[in-house]
Structures are given as structure tokens and as C-alpha cells.
Design a protein around this ligand. Structure first.
Ligand SMILES: Cc1cc2nc3c(=O)[nH]c(=O)nc-3n(C[C@H](O)[C@H](O)[C@H](O)COP(=O)(O)OP(=O)(O)OC[C@H]3O[C@@H](n4cnc5c(N)ncnc54)[C@H](O)[C@@H]3O)c2cc1C
Length: 378
């Protein structure tokens, strides 16, 4: 039957496309339905940092998941290039976290100790050592924490590459087609409905990021966290590592470009870029690398991160609706977490054994999320 598939993936962001890729690679007939175009939301707004260390200051379920995901990128970049012809621009030049005074330095020392306890390289550098590695850095530094194993990719190239690689394995991609409802009979999902048609499958995965919550029971909604970014163009390359300070990061991109990010505005889904955010980001960017004052502003944009109450993603089957899965809520790290999420969800759908620790912490009806929600409403 023309509209019959093994799985339907609702949402063509990096998460939906990674899941589609893994399932199609395993021989399933997969349909991706995207209401606009591939990667049109958070997945192209992202700076593309793979901050498996930089984003974590303490042990958490996500920390381990992130480490596993980061380790997949090197081979993945080659695999996706072969299957899609797209270079995801994987760069492995580390992240530098900057301290401008003693108090910030003390925090970095604690993070360095934690990272080393976990077996990860983490180096505390003096101002002189840091400026030797990155001469573009300001002289007004106190010290730096260097995490050499964190890297970055181009988020929109990664998303596109996943979608084309899925199609390479036979997945069908329908853009400009919004899913308006689910087809459920006797507690089992049958497929989805769009304005154009009905599509049928044994499993449906909702991967709609910060949107599409109306498709799910109320309990499993996401919390939008808007972020604004700028792209700067330079005459010469000023640094090669990603640079980070409280409230700002700088991610150097191909072609002497730098992404400056990002604001965090809770509860907003609009895409306006505010003058005050631009001002704050630019002043912090120049605090880190003074020569950025001469850069040209090439573009600016906003995107919406899909957060959850306990800041862990929802990965699993919805209780009470057989075959209905959700993969949402990757918040600040969806690009980093996309490879492992694709594999994890494909394993769940195939009923393969998964790490019980992840299963317990990411399942949609977990206790921690309920506790956080109850706490929030106080
Ligand atoms: C400014 C900013 C910077 C970021 N930087 C980083 C970073 O450096 N590193 C990192 O790892 N992460 C970063 N993130 C987070 C990352 O972008 C997200 O976690 C990730 O993109 C989420 O992917 P997703 O596929 O879940 O959601 P999305 O990319 O939002 O995709 C969801 C898709 O579903 C579609 N959709 C919604 N409803 C429907 C429907 N009813 N029918 C059909 N389609 C539908 C949407 O159109 C959209 O294309 C950043 C985010 C922002 C906003």
C-alpha cells in the first residue's frame, strides 16, 4: 500500500532525521513528515558545539550519554559524507572556558577536577599559556580551562546529511506536510493524519522539538527556551578553538566566520532578535577577543531549544498508546546528542536491550520530571 510504512517520523530536525537514518539503515521503510523544510527550526539555529565536557559540571545521566554521542562523530562524519555527499564540517579543536577573575577560576578548577575524575582530559592554563595557543585572546584574562576533546560541526549540514543518508537507504521525505493528528485504535497507534492524507505505520515517533506538543498527552510537553545568535565575518582567522565565557560563546566556522551565541529566554517561541541581546553578546565577544570589534555582522537569527522540567530528553514509548514514541526535549545539546539518540531510539523500536540506566532516566513517565514539575508550580 502506497501510504503504508514501518515507521513514521514526525519532525525533520536533527533528532527526527538521525532516528530515520538509523531505522532506514536497518532496512525499515521509513517516512519523515516535516511541516516546513528539513532543519528549519532549532537544528539550523544551533552553533553546533559538541560540548560533551564543556556543557557539564557534574555527573548526570546526560553526561554519560553525551560522552558516548561525541565519540560517534568522527566515523559518522565519514559515513554521512559517503551516503549524502555532505561534509558536516566536524572540527576537533577543543573548547576553552575563560575566567576573568578568581571566583570564575575557582569554578573552573572544580569542573577540571570533576572532568579528570571521570577520566577526561581537562587542562588549567595560565593567561600566557592560553594566549600562546590562541593569540587572539584578550590580555585581560585570569586563566582558562581547556577541554581538548570537545569539538563542533555545522548543525544545518549535519541535519541535512542525516536526512539525505536516510533517503539513500530508502526513507521517504515529505516536506511542507504538517501532521495534524494521530490515528489510534484500541490503544495502538495506526498512523498519522495530515491535511493531504493519512499515512499508516506500526510505530510513530514524535520528534517535533519545541513544537507539536498538541500531538502528545499533556504531561509530555516541552518548555521553549529561545536563543539568539549572530554570525560575524572576519578578514583573518583569529582563533581555532571554541571560546566560552559566562553568557557567551564563540564558535569559529569555515570561511573566517564566527557564530556568537546565545541568549536564553524562557517561554518565547518568536524569532525576533532583540537589540539588547545583540549588544550583550557583542560586548562579551569583544571581551574575549578584542579584535572582533572589526568584524562584519553577516547575519543574526533566533531558534527555540526544546527544554523539559528536569532538563533531560524524553526518549521512549508513551504509556497507554502502543507504538507511539517520543524523542524530544534535547534542550541545549540536541546536535551533540543526535547520533546516540538515533541509535537508542532505533534499538528501543526494535525491542533490543538498551542501557537500563538511560531507559530509567529518559523514559517519558519518569519520576524526576514529575517531581520537578510539582516543584515548579509552587
Ligand atoms: C541558539 C541555539 C544554539 C544552540 N546551540 C547548540 C549547540 O551548540 N550544540 C548542541 O548540541 N545543541 C545546540 N542547540 C540545541 C539544538 O539546536 C536542539 O536541541 C536540537 O536542534 C533539537 O532538535 P529537534 O530535532 O528535537 O528539534 P527541531 O530542530 O526544532 O526540529 C523539530 C522539527 O519538527 C517540525 N515539526 C513540528 N511540528 C510538526 C508537525 N506537527 N508536523 C510535522 N513537522 C513538525 C519542525 O518544523 C522542526 O523542523 C542550540 C539551540 C539554539 C536555539
Amino acid at each position: 500500500m502506497k501510504n503504508q510504512f514501518d515507521q513514521i517520523i514526525v519532525g525533520g530536525g536533527v533528532i527526527g532525521c538521525s532516528i530515520a537514518y538509523q531505522l532506514a539503515k536497518r532496512g525499515y521503510r521509513v517516512l519523515i513528515l516535516e511541516k516546513n523544510h528539513i532543519g528549519c527550526e532549532a537544528s539550523s539555529a544551533a552553533a553546533g558545539m559538541l560540548g560533551a565536557q564543556g556543557e557539564f559540571t557534574e555527573r548526570s545521566p546526560l553526561f554519560q550519554f553525551a560522552q558516548e554521542s561525541r565519540a560517534l562523530f568522527k566515523d559518522l562524519s565519514e559515513e554521512l559524507y559517503e551516503k549524502s555527499g555532505i561534509d558536516i564540517q566536524y572540527i576537533h579543536k577543543g573548547i576553552m572556558k575563560l575566567a576573568f577573575h578568581q571566583q570564575q577560576y575557582s569554578k573552573l578548577k572544580t569542573i577540571a577536577a570533576f572532568q579528570r575524575e571521570e577520566g577526561n582530559p581537562a587542562y588549567l592554563l595560565s593567561r600566557e599559556e592560553a594566549r600562546q595557543m590562541e593569540p587572539g585572546l584578550t590580555e585581560n584574562l585570569h586563566a582558562v580551562l581547556y577541554l581538548p576533546n570537545d569539538g563542533q560541526v555545522s548543525a544545518c549540514h549535519l541535519t541535512k546529511a542525516f536526512s539525505l543518508a536516510a533517503c539513500h537507504h530508502g526513507a521517504v521525505l515529505q516536506e511542507q506536510e504538517k501532521v495534524s493528528g494521530l490515528l489510534v485504535e484500541n490503544g495502538t497507534v495506526q498512523g498519522v493524519r495530515t491535511i493531504e492524507a493519512a499515512y499508516y505505520a506500526d510505530q510513530v515517533v514524535i520528534a517535533t522539538g519545541a513544537f507539536g506538543d498538541e500531538l502528545l498527552p499533556e504531561d509530555y510537553g516541552t518548555l521553549p527556551m529561545k536563543g539568539e545568535c549572530l554570525l560575524l565575518e572576519l578578514d583573518q582567522e583569529l582563533f581555532r578553538s571554541t571560546l566560552w565565557m559566562e553568557g557567551c560563546y564563540l564558535v569559529p566556522k569555515q570561511g573566517k566566520k564566527v557564530i556568537v551565541g546565545a541568549s536564553s529566554i524562557a517561554g518565547k517561541t518568536n524569532k525576533h532578535v532583540h537589540a539588547a541581546s545583540v549588544q550583550r553578546l557583542l560586548s562579551r565577544a569583544q571581551k574575549m577577543v578584542p579584535q572582533l570589534a572589526e568584524a562584519r555582522i553577516s547575519s543574526f537569527w533566533a531558534g527555540v531549544r526544546p527544554a523539559t522540567a528536569d532538563e533531560l530528553p524524553y526518549l521512549g514509548e508513551i504509556p497507554g498508546v502502543k507504538g507511539l514514541y517520543v524523542a524530544k526535549g534535547h534542550y541545549r545539546n540536541g546536535i551533540l546528542l543526535s547520533p546516540i539518540t538515533g541509535i537508542y531510539m532505533a534499538d528501543l523500536i526494535e525491542k533490543k536491550p538498551v542501557n537500563p540506566f538511560y531507559y530509567d532516566r529518559f523514559r517519558v513517565d519518569r519520576q524526576s520530571n514529575k517531581r520537578e514539575k510539582a516543584g515548579e508550580s509552587k
